[in-house]
Write a protein that binds this ligand. Structure first.
Ligand SMILES: [Zn+2]
Ligand SMILES: [Zn+2]
Length: 233
């Protein structure tokens, strides 16, 4: 390729997206809401991890915890480790309704799920109606919507509900989180034989995901996957 051709290609690729200030460093970004340099420094989930819960595990084998007490979901897809600056970006998305951040995060998650085993439908982790009313939006839904669109998988908005407005999981020790979530969700839809993917922003103890997956299995789901933007490691 000649120098002129590569210069033209360079200019064209720079014009693919309008330049905007990077949310992380403030320099002009053609890459999206954060620039390429900041993207390269993000805590992408690296190394081998448990295919079930996405916690670090040697050789990518199922971890001891999942072997001993398997969760109701059988697979987790996670983009990032929940650490700086992803934690800050997720907080911004959650409390300031930064839809553009949700779109960028969905864009990062979209290529990861196994194309030979895509789910039949997506469910965004439901918020309790009282919580939804006070927050005004559901951040899991903000992520699930563009995923549904780009992957062509239906997002079922009304299929599952949060029945109890449980105390915040973060206020509880890990061992009480499962108990806190018991019976927290209900699903109306019939998932018979379906592969269902549950979408959320962060997986910490996995207790909410487990409880929602149980509710989907109760309604006949054949397989439940967990799709999250970030995983605590
Ligand atoms: Zn940047
Ligand atoms: Zn595991």
């Amino acid at each position: 390729m000649s120098i002129v051709q590569s210069a033209i290609l360079n200019i064209c690729s720079n014009f693919r997206l309008p330049a905007e200030p990077c949310v992380l460093c403030g320099s002009m970004s053609h890459h999206g809401v954060w620039c390429e340099a900041c993207d390269a420094a993000l805590p992408y989930l690296a190394g081998s991890h448990c295919p079930v819960c996405a916690k670090p595990a040697p050789n990518g084998e199922v971890c001891g915890h999942c072997l001993k007490d398997p969760p109701a979901f059988s697979h987790t897809v996670a983009v990032f480790a929940y650490s700086f600056p992803i934690d800050r970006l997720i907080q911004a998305m959650k409390y300031d309704e930064q839809i553009f951040l949700a779109r960028m995060m969905a864009k990062k998650l979209a290529p990861l799920p196994d194309r030979s085993n895509l789910p039949d439908c997506l469910i965004a982790m439901p918020l309790h109606p009282a919580r939804l009313k006070s927050r005004g939006f559901n951040q899991a839904q903000l992520i699930a919507k563009p995923l549904s669109k780009s992957l062509g998988i239906p997002l079922l908005n009304q299929a599952c509900q949060r029945l109890r407005d449980t105390p915040s999981q973060t206020s509880l020790p890990y061992d009480q989180r499962g108990k806190n979530m018991r019976g927290a969700f209900g699903c109306d839809a019939d998932f018979s034989g379906k592969h269902v993917a549950l979408v959320d922003d962060v997986m910490t103890s996995g207790a909410s995901m487990n409880a929602l997956a149980k509710a989907a299995l109760t309604k006949g789901a054949a397989r439940v996957s967990a799709w999250v933007i970030a995983r605590t490691t």
